[in-house]
Design a protein around this ligand. Structure first.
Ligand code: GDP
Ligand code: IMO
Ligand code: MG
Length: 431
């Protein structure tokens, strides 16, 4: 019953799509367990380029099964579009993808509510993707949400839709009358219901059967630990639990079925949207990371904020996820940077802080305390083995391992699957 959870250890966009696709080769089932189409996971192979939002990246590997589990919030229209997009690119999805009947659906009013919040009073602005994620999860926890199983039963759906629209009318009427929103939803409802019915399944039962028959199950997290609703930089977070523990409640799998957790870690830090970012750079090095790293949001096209590697935040991620091994991505982007910095602690009001602080005031005030490392030069892709890497690059990787307390199992030095080196030959997933 081998299983592995792949989690982002920073603020998202660590390169999870690339790593999951690589590991997908040795997996039978790939599961998304939280988030929705706020995710943008880039996969590049054989000269092809894909960005996946809702469907697990492993679907790009022929023959593998994809699962959108109960913890995900599913926009039926966005899912239909993504399936159509993949099918035009000759990736067959039907018969390989299942969607949990327990997952909650995102409807147009969730997107309106997201946008109302984002365009209102500045103090409430999070910088969301405006895909309706937060409002859909609010409805789930508030027990007014509509699950896939409810969406599929027309009388139940219509009753719940009316309840929701009436409840939300005071806000929604700022956009348009709820009668119009209802009409808009019902215009595509029959088509979307017929579409979703073909994918809906009890995915917890499906996963139990997969474990029984010794299939290899890979869990693909979206977002990152610092965007986790419990452990991230609240309130500047997403509304779900990307952390490894989220894989259990987000897919209906017991903790004893989780064997390993792999963190995906970028060699520097990026963040999209508002919120504290202690190592953010506003100088030419920040611009260099942004341009060389092509740090542009895969979902919203927004420029990502860039900064040095933050070992305080990643140590926090190592702890809350139980990461022992990690995949290091985008090391190539640091090529030519003269001095590379790792933030090892924060200075908060003159005190040295080494555990990520919970207080928003402390997070906003935190000044990074850096250790400096000599940079390296050379196209890392030209080195055929890790031993041949520039000594400075290896010293930096070792420094990262020491600073966060986990071991580097894979090094990624380019977008494509081939541009990866395996450091830990015992990393079972690649066997
Ligand atoms: P995800 O959301 O964690 O899947 O990450 P994104 O796909 O949003 O962002 C990662 C970006 O970095 C994508 O454009 C990837 O193609 C790219 N990428 C991934 N690994 C590497 C790497 O090692 N080097 C470089 N230069 N780019 C990479
Ligand atoms: P992947 O899976 C980076 C950020 C948004 C915003 C906050 C809340 O590609 O790593 P939301 O729409 O979720 O309510 O927005 O979370 N965010 C991401 N940032 N990568 C992502 O996904 C993100 N998904 C959400 O920018 O700050
Ligand atoms: Mg992304």
């Amino acid at each position: 019953m081998p299983s592995l959870v792949v989690v982002g250890a920073q603020w998202g966009d660590e390169g999870k799509g690339k790593i999951v696709h690589l590991l997908g080769k040795n997996s039978d089932v790939i599961v998304r367990y939280q988030g929705g189409n706020n995710a943008g996971h880039t996969v590049v192979f054989d000269g092809k380029h894909f960005i996946l939002h809702l469907i697990p990246s492993g679907i790009l590997e022929p023959g593998k099964k994809g699962v959108i589990a109960n913890g995900v919030v599913v926009d039926p229209a966005a899912l239909k579009e993504e399936v159509a997009f993949l099918e035009t690119r000759k990736i067959k999805v039907k018969g390989r993808l299942t969607v949990s009947t327990l997952a909650h659906v995102i409807l147009p009013y969730h997107k309106y509510l997201d946008t109302i919040r984002e365009t209102g009073d500045k103090s409430g602005v999070i910088g969301t993707t405006r895909k309706g994620i937060g409002p859909a999860y609010s409805d789930k926890v508030g027990r007014t949400g509509i699950r896939v199983v409810d969406f599929l039963e027309k009388p139940v759906f219509e009753e719940l839709l009316d309840q929701n629209l009436t409840e939300k009318e005071p806000l929604l009427s700022r956009v348009k009358p709820i009668s119009e929103i209802r009409k808009e939803i019902m215009a595509t409802y029959d088509e979307l219901r017929a579409f979703l019915a073909e994918y809906a399944a009890d995915t917890s039962v499906q996963l139990a059967k997969a474990f029984e028959s010794n299939k290899r199950v890979l869990f693909e997290s979206a977002q990152g630990t610092m965007l986790d609703v419990d452990f991230g930089t609240f309130p500047y977070v997403t509304s779900s639990n990307p952390i490894a523990g989220g894989a259990c409640n987000g897919s209906g799998v017991g903790p004893r079925h989780i064997d390993e957790v792999l963190g995906v870690i970028k060699a520097y830090t990026t963040r999209v949207g508002e919120g504290p970012f202690p190592t953010e750079l506003f100088d030419e090095t920040g611009v260099q990371l942004q341009t060389v790293g092509q740090e542009v949001g895969a979902t919203t096209g927004r420029q990502r904020r860039c900064g040095w590697f933050d070992a305080v935040a990643v140590r926090h991620a190592v702890r809350v996820n139980g990461i022992s091994k990690f995949a290091l991505t985008k090391l190539d982007v640091l090529n030519g940077v003269k001095t590379i910095k790792i933030c090892v602690a924060y200075d908060v009001d003159g005190k040295r802080v080494t555990d990520f602080p919970a207080s928003r005031t402390a997070q906003a005030k935190a000044k990074p305390i850096y250790k400096n490392y000599k940079g390296f030069t050379g196209d890392l892709r030209s080195f055929k083995s890790y031993a041949k890497f520039p000594a400075e690059a290896r010293a930096f990787v070792k420094a990262l391992e020491d600073a966060i307390g986990a071991k580097c199992a894979l090094v990624s030095m380019g977008k494509s699957r081939d541009e990866t080196l395996v450091l830990d030959k015992k990393f079972s997933w690649l066997k």
